[in-house]
Design a protein around this ligand. Sequence first.
Ligand code: ZN
Length: 185
Amino acid sequence: MSRAQRPTWEQSEALDDRLGEPDTLRFPEDWTLSESWQRAQTERDRGGPINEAERMVYLEESDGPHRVTFALTGQTLRAECGCASGVYRGWCAHLASCWWRWVRGRLEVHHLDTGRIYRTPPAWLRLDDTDAPEVDGLTAAELDAYLTCDLGGVGVREYASESGRSPGTVGNLLRRAREKQGGRQ
Ligand SMILES: [Zn+2]
């Protein structure tokens, strides 16, 4: 059942647009009709974070809590759950619940390589890591600058002031990251 379509001034309405699958995010077909997705939207989670990579998800209708991995690495999201109901390319209700909250800014997701915390899915995210370029070999600072500026479209000056680095330093990080990325295919 979809939620009642009522006008609201809550900020989450704007974020709802992001469920329309930006081209870097590809969920399985019929995903929005799946039980996982329905449960994610309706059931409250009594769990919480365990560490930077893992959380406990305890949905209202579940018999018990499920330990999931939900963290960014490289250009992708590691979303893993040990439950047996991962029909939609592994997207069970527990992972779907995390995604549902993340899109609405209600979940903090750590990037394991850069240490940055993302409160909503970043623009550069690829869910299918088979078509995401390799980014290992970059330092944490190079990767963060590369993801944020080159892939995320944030300006060098804006990123420099936000990260407390000089624009020249950011420029150097980006140059080194591009050189390393340029050597790949
Ligand atoms: Zn699960």
